[in-house]
Design a protein around this ligand. Structure first.
Ligand code: NCD
Length: 305
């Protein structure tokens, strides 16, 4: 039985296989309509979500399976003080696969030690978010046609942004990838990522507080929101939240083939006028996310067409 707690739980070859399956699903959706019949996916969301939870539910329903779960800690027994291990012990008796989001780093890993069914981490605090990375990788595959030799700009909250951490881990396995880390001083990439995946692997990167200064160098601009819920102090959040706002004027500084990605939800960091720019990929990215989640569910449940 396999769990996906970190994107590196999947090898490069397995990611390629998920991409092949997702591509086939887009071309031949009918072949996949019943493959998870009688299988149940449980979503345990102790933290708010729209896309991730609904895309997992939609993914399982599109595979012919069924879904159950809760979407906030307040409506589960967590509100009565139940431990994660007890919740998971029970829910693994009710389902074939569990998707879990939790505000505490490491919670899905703990869950996986008490589960008899596969656990997928759908975001643990300021740590990781591996299935968002699967969405990001399919987007890059379709929009850029390769993972190698890309300059990837990551902009916004690099400290708490778990999608950024997982994407760096995943992209650090491809040759010729260079990162440009764009953030205010207070929201720089944490050392647990920098030391292990950048310095540790000898990967080229540059840090900048200015988006304009580096815009023209990028193949990919990955924008993120400032993670309000992880701040201890509202004043700091208010001061930092609008540091970077991508506008149509700023897009003029970018290469004609640069793509803009964002895990969503967007707050202010991308002006809605940018949505019409063909380089804006963030809504396509959500569709790719569903496809990769379908492929991942099939892989973990060991079902084939
Ligand atoms: C992200 C998350 O939850 O980390 N959202 C998502 O799953 N697409 C990004 C965010 O909340 O900013």
């Amino acid at each position: 039985m396999r769990n996906i707690i970190n994107i590196l739980d999947l090898s490069v070859e397995e990611i390629n296989e998920l991409i092949r399956t997702a591509d086939d699903m887009m071309e031949n959706p009918d072949r996949y309509r019943e493959v998870c019949r009688h299988k149940i996916l449980a979503t345990l969301f102790f933290e708010p979500s729209t896309r991730t939870r609904l895309s997992f539910e939609s993914a399982m329903l599109s595979l012919g399976g069924q879904v159950l779960g809760f979407s906030e800690a307040g409506s589960s027994s967590a509100a009565k003080g139940e431990s994660i291990s007890d919740t998971v012990e029970v829910v693994s008796g009710y389902s074939d696969i569990i998707v879990m989001r939790h505000p505490k780093e490491g919670a899905p890993l703990v869950a996986s030690m008490h589960s008899t069914v596969p656990i997928i981490n759908a975001g643990d605090g300021g740590h990781y978010h591996p299935t968002q990375t699967l969405a990001d990788l399919l987007t890059i595959h379709h929009e850029k046609g390769r993972f190698e030799n890309l300059t990837v700009g990551l902009c916004g909250d690099l400290k708490f942004g778990r999608t950024v951490h997982s994407l760096i881990e995943a992209m650090s396995r491809y040759s010729g990838v260079r990162f440009v880390l764009i953030s205010p001083e207070e929201l720089k990439l944490p050392s647990f990522i920098k030391e292990e995946y950048l310095d540790g692997k000898g990967i080229e990167y540059q840090e900048s507080t200015s988006l304009d200064a580096v815009m023209g160098d990028l193949d990919i601009l990955y924008m993120t929101r400032v993670q309000k819920e992880r701040f201890f102090n509202e004043e700091d959040y208010l001061r930092l939240k609008d540091t970077y706002i991508l506008t149509t004027d700023k897009m003029k500084l970018a290469r004609p083939d640069m793509i803009v990605m964002h895990p969503l939800p967007r707050v202010n960091e991308i002006s809605t006028a940018v949505d019409k720019d063909p380089r804006a990929c963030y809504f396509r990215q959500t569709y790719y996310g569903k496809m990769m989640r379908m492929a991942l569910i099939m892989m973990l449940l060991e079902v084939t067409v």
